[in-house]
Design a protein around this ligand. Sequence first.
Ligand code: X8Z
Ligand code: ZN
Length: 612
Amino acid sequence: MMGVMRTIHRTPLLLLSLAALALSGCNAGSSSKPTAESAKPFLEEAEKKMYDLYLESAQASWIQSTYITDDSEALSAKANQRAIDYGVSLAKEAAKYNDVQLPPEERRKMDLLKRGLTLAAPADPKESQEVTKLAASLEATYGKGKYCKTPDKCLNIDQITDIMKKSRNADELLDVWKGWHTVSPPMKKDFQRFVELSNKGAKELGFADTGAMWRSKYDMTPDEFTKELDRLWGQVEPLYKSLHAYVRRKLVEKYGPKVVPPTGPIPAHLLGNIWAQDWSNVYDMVAPTGADPGYDLTKILVAKKTDAKQMVKYGEGFFTSLGFDPLPDSFWKRSLFVRPKDRDVVCHASAWDVDNDNDLRIKMCIQINEEDFTTIHHELGHNFYQRAYNKLPLIFRDSANDGFHEAIGDTIALSITPEYLVKLGFIQKAPDASKDIGLLMQRALEKVAFLPFGLMIDQWRWKVFSGEVKPEDYNKAWWELRQKYQGVSAPEDRPDAMFFDPGAKYHVPANVPYTRYFLAHILQFQFHRALSEAAGCPGTGATPLHRCSIYGSKEAGTKLNKMLSMGQSKPWQDALFEITGKKEMDATAIRDYFAPLQAWLDEQNKGQQIGW
Ligand code: X8Z
Ligand code: ZN
């Protein structure tokens, strides 16, 4: 989502994917030769039209996502097409200013217009219509997805998530895993065509393919960005492999060596999550003896009879404690917190800024548990970011890079410490330091386990967009990458002729870039370290980083708000500097945070094989 062309954070913020919002028809591309004088009126008109087109597209997308029908899908596809076509025309016009000398703010706006789209529709109106229809329909197919054991016994994604969380029966887990992966084979043909058409649009804008367009958004060359990712992954890979080896050993103890190969990849259905991207739910099987913190946030929330709205209120309360204003009334009226019983909705959580100003909303099918308590903070991070930059010119209303948008709410959620839960009255006393390994293990299962997943999705998609991976090998390449990065394997043979497993992950049919989440998992620890210092609990000495909560710290809030309110008006390196005093993404923060766990894992893993 880039600035204007931003997405609607429709998907999880994400959105924009489709919506690149563009406004339509514009005459953004007038035929006269671009000059330094024509830049300003061009940008002013662009921002005005984009505002209207974005609004229409976001409203239509909201209805499509919260009321899936053929009609809402068709109307949303149309509105998105108008926005995207306009965005494409702006990108083309902005490129004509490449050699025109402009003041820095105008230069940046032009650059953002050129690189802002997530989906570039081809200029041919038929093809533009086709690609936006495909986008809407792929997302709706995901939203409607269910595993039906018999025609009248169906499981939706919430129910599947719950079984993956709680069941310890390998046969049942396998059944549900396979069941959910039946939603995606019907998407394959459409996805393939979508790739062709979106590549065509990207090429018309001068990019090699859609993946190259996505990599162009980081204030460095696409090749430099790829190298940055390798560097960051290299910094965290040893920590991931230590966790993997330890968890694998515990799973072998639980399920036996016939189900879990003691030196091989871990079968994907046994890690407590349908995508094996977050392993928190297997904590009970891997808990360090004697170091369990002794409370269960899910049980506490249920015992207090917390409802969905109260869950969100807790999240809002954290932000207001930092000095942010409460959310507007319209947020509480217009958000969707609970899965409606009578219709299909896209339940994947997302945060919206429908009018690019103050019409903030979340869309989420909240369950009363710890995971959703955390996800609420994630979503609200998007909303508070959106509001912080809403005074900037429209083109600057987005995060410094997309990883920043994904990192803010997670940064706040790192402050959900035992000490914070005492302040909320959830527990009476925080566990002592002897329980730290248990606390760190819980966090690592969520954050460290995610890292290779966050990276591999787009490693796959970039190869798909570039043509290196052909449609007949989509599934094969998917599982090769899952094995390479995650050390996770398909629980059974998954030939391409029958399966399209990437489509069972929301962001693939919804066309949401995924590298942002990998970046966010690095950045949030940098932010947490810097804000903890501002809040006065330094990572050395009495308060280790994982025990530091910035709750109530106006100093931390002020620092955070300063960065948020920059939007994308400056390169992300400048925004990062504002908060951390550094201009580089840096995984030493996450490594420092988990250093005591790394030492403990090294001890546990002595004599064991690491890797797969
Ligand atoms: O999609 C999301 C958010 C919305 S932006 C709920 N996340 C990724 C996922 O669920 O796969 C957050 C973590 C990774
Ligand atoms: Zn998000």
